[in-house]
Design a protein. Structure first.
Length: 160
C-alpha cells in the first residue's frame, strides 16, 4: 500500500505521518514504524542522494534495519541473492533439521552454507508459505506434509 501512494524517499519523507500510519497499519507497530520510515527516508535522501543502498553493510547502518529487513531489501528490492530469516524460516529450518541454531542470525549463516546460492531468492517466500500452510507453529499438519519422512520433528513424534 505504501509504495502505491509514495514512490520515492522524498515523497515518504514529506508525507503526513497519519497517512503513513493508515497505509502500514496492518504491519503492526504502525506508529513506531511510520516514524522510522520517515526518518530512514530522510537519511536516504541526505546520505545516499535519494537512492536506497543495495549493500548489506550500508543497509544495516540505517536505524531500525536489522539483518532480516536488509536481506528483504536485497531480495525483493534489488533481486540480489540473500536469505531473509524470519520466524518461519528460523522455525522450519530447525524443526526439519536443516540447521540446529538458537537465533535467526545463526540460521542465516548456516543456511548460506548449505543452500545453493541460486535458490536464495526464493527461499524466504517458500518457507513462509510452507510455514503458513503446513508447518505451522502450533498444530503442524504432518499428515499432509510432503517432506514429513525427512523432518526431525515428525520422526521424533513417530518414535513416541
Amino acid at each position: 500500500m505504501l509504495f502505491s501512494k509514495y514512490n520515492t524517499p522524498e515523497d515518504i519523507a514529506n508525507a503526513d505521518l497519519q497517512d503513513l500510519q493508515k497505509l502500514i497499519k496492518k504491519a503492526g507497530f504502525f506508529r513506531v514504524k511510520s516514524q522510522r520510515i520517515k526518518e530512514v527516508s530522510q537519511i536516504i535522501i541526505d546520505e545516499f542522494h535519494g537512492v536506497v543502498p543495495d549493500n548489506i553493510d550500508l543497509l544495516l547502518k540505517l536505524p531500525g534495519v536489522g539483518r532480516k529487513t536488509a536481506n528483504c531489501v536485497l531480495v525483493y528490492g534489488f533481486n540480489k541473492p540473500a536469505i531473509p530469516v524470519d520466524v518461519h524460516v528460523h522455525r522450519i529450518s530447525n524443526r526439519i533439521g536443516l540447521v540446529n541454531t538458537k537465533h535467526p542470525e545463526q540460521t542465516e549463516v548456516e543456511l548460506m552454507k548449505i543452500v545453493p546460492k541460486d535458490l536464495w531468492l526464493d527461499l524466504n517466500d517458500l518457507f513462509v508459505q510452507f510455514g503458513q500452510d503446513l508447518c505451522r507453529p502450533i498444530g503442524p499438519r504432518h499428515e499432509e506434509c510432503p517432506i514429513n519422512e525427512l523432518c526431525d520433528l515428525y520422526i521424533e513424534i513417530q518414535k513416541g
